[in-house]
Write a protein that binds this ligand. Structure first.
Ligand code: NAP
Length: 331
C-alpha cells in the first residue's frame, strides 16, 4: 500500500482507499499515479482481493501501512502497458485502482487465451503452492502430501499443483462440505472433515495417512487443526527409527500461534519451515514457477473459481467469506 494523495487538484482516478486500520476501504477518487525514473503506468484490468490485503488493512500483518490514507492491493494484478501488452505486474504502490505504477522488468506477459481475472487470481496461490512444494519441501515423486485448509482458494490450487508435481497420495482437509466434496475431482485421493472433535479428527488424519506418516504437509491454517495433526506424530517408545514429515507453514487462518510439544519433535521426524517473503527463491525461480502456473491454467489443467466484482463495490465485498472462490476487483 502507498500513501494516497486525496483531494489533490488535477487528473483523478478511482481507487480502493483505506483511511483507518480495521475499517474496509472505500472506492474514492485519488490523484493519478506519479511516475519516477524507470517506471511506467499500467491500465489495471483485474486485481485479486486476498487474505493478505485484508490482514494488512486490518493492521494484523507485519507489512500493514504505516501511513494513511493508502491505496490497497498488494498482489500482482493484471493490466495493459501503454503499448497494449497484457501483463501481470508488480507495483511499488497499491494495485486496486484504475491505474498503477510498475517498473521495467516487473511485468510478465499473460499467455494468449488466459483471461486477465484468472491470471491475476491464480498468481499468488499458484506460485506459493509451487514454491512450498518444490523449493521449501523438496517434494519427491510419489511422496504423500496433506493439505490443511484445502477448501480455501490456495488449498484447492495446492492439491492440483501437488498432483502435477508427482505427489503420490494427496489428502485434502477442510471444513466447507461443498468445497471438500469437489476436491477429489481436482486430484485429492482422500478428504478429511476438519470440524470434528479432536479425538475423531486425530483418528481421521491417521487413517488418511495410511501406514506411514505424511511426507509433506502444506499448512494454511496453524492453530488447533495443526496442533491436532502434530499430535498424530511421535512414538511412545525408545526404539530407534527414521521418519521425516516436512510441514510447510503458509497461512494462519485458524490462529497466528500454536502450542508445540517438545516431545513430539524428539519422538517424530517432524521438521517445520515457513514459506513466504523471508525465504523466497531467486527471482528467476519465481518467474519460472509463475510461467508454469500460467501454462497449466492456459492448458485447462489448473482450475479455480473467481467472482468478478466492480471496484466500486470494494467496501461491500471486503469481508465476505469467499467460500472457495477468489474475489477479483475490476476497475
Ligand atoms: N505465505 C504465502 O505465500 C501465502 C500465499 C497464499 C495464501 N497464504 C495464506 O494462506 C491462507 C489461506 O489463503 P486462501 O487464499 O486459501 O484463503 P481463503 O480462500 O479465504 O480460504 C480460507 C481457508 O481457511 C479455512 N479456515 C478459516 N478459518 C478456519 C478455522 N478457524 N479453522 C479451520 N479452517 C479455517 C477455510 O475453511 P472453510 O472454507 O472450509 O471453512 C478455508 O479453507 C491465508 O492465511 C493466506 O494469507 C499465504
Amino acid at each position: 500500500m502507498h500513501p494516497a494523495p486525496i483531494g489533490v487538484a488535477g487528473a483523478v482516478m478511482r481507487a480502493a482507499v483505506l483511511r483507518a486500520l480495521g475499517e474496509p476501504p472505500c472506492c474514492e477518487e485519488v490523484a493519478e499515479p506519479h511516475l519516477e525514473e524507470g517506471e511506467e503506468v499500467v491500465q489495471v484490468t483485474a486485481c485479486p482481493l486476498t487474505n493478505l490485503d485484508r490482514a494488512r488493512a486490518a493492521g494484523t500483518h507485519f507489512s500493514a501501512p504505516a501511513k494513511l490514507p493508502a491505496v490497497c492491493g498488494s498482489a500482482l494484478a493484471a493490466g495493459r502497458l501503454p503499448d497494449g501488452t497484457r501483463v501481470l505486474f508488480r507495483s511499488p504502490g497499491g494495485t486496486m485502482a484504475e491505474r498503477a505504477v510498475t517498473r521495467h522488468g516487473w511485468c510478465s506477459p499473460i499467455p494468449e487465451g488466459v483471461d486477465d481475472a484468472l491470471a491475476a487470481a491464480v498468481q499468488n496461490p499458484g506460485v506459493s503452492a509451487w514454491n512450498a512444494l518444490e523449493w521449501r519441501a523438496k517434494l519427491q515423486p510419489g511422496e504423500s502430501v496433506l493439505v490443511l485448509g484445502a477448501t480455501g482458494v490456495a488449498g484447492q490450487i495446492a492439491v492440483q499443483v501437488a498432483k502435477h508435481l508427482g505427489a503420490g497420495r494427496v489428502v485434502a482437509a477442510g471444513r466447507n462440505p461443498r468445497v471438500l466434496a469437489g476436491l477429489p475431482a481436482l486430484g485429492a485421493d482422500a478428504t478429511v472433515q476438519l470440524d470434528q472433535p479432536d479425538d475423531a479428527l486425530r483418528r481421521a488424519l491417521r487413517d488418511a495417512a495410511g501406514p506411514a506418516d505424511f511426507d509433506v504437509v502444506l499448512d494454511y491454517l496453524w492453530g488447533r487443526p495443526t496442533e491436532v495433526f502434530i499430535s498424530t506424530l511421535g512414538f511412545a517408545d525408545m526404539e530407534l527409527r527414521f521418519s521425516r514429515t516436512r510441514l510447510v507453514q503458509i497461512g494462519v487462518m485458524a490462529s497466528p500461534t500454536l502450542n508445540l510439544s517438545a516431545e513430539v519433535l524428539r519422538s517424530s521426524g517432524l521438521e517445520i519451515v515457513g514459506s513466504g517473503t523471508g525465504n523466497a527463491p531467486p527471482a528467476e525461480v519465481l518467474a519460472r514457477e509463475l510461467g508454469q502456473v500460467l501454462d497449466l491454467l492456459a492448458g485447462g489443467r489448473l482450475r479455480m473459481e473467481v467472482n468478478r466484482v466492480p471496484l466500486t463495490r470494494v467496501r461491500h465485498v471486503w469481508d465476505l467469506d469467499q467460500q472457495g472462490h477468489r474475489t477479483v476487483l475490476i476497475p
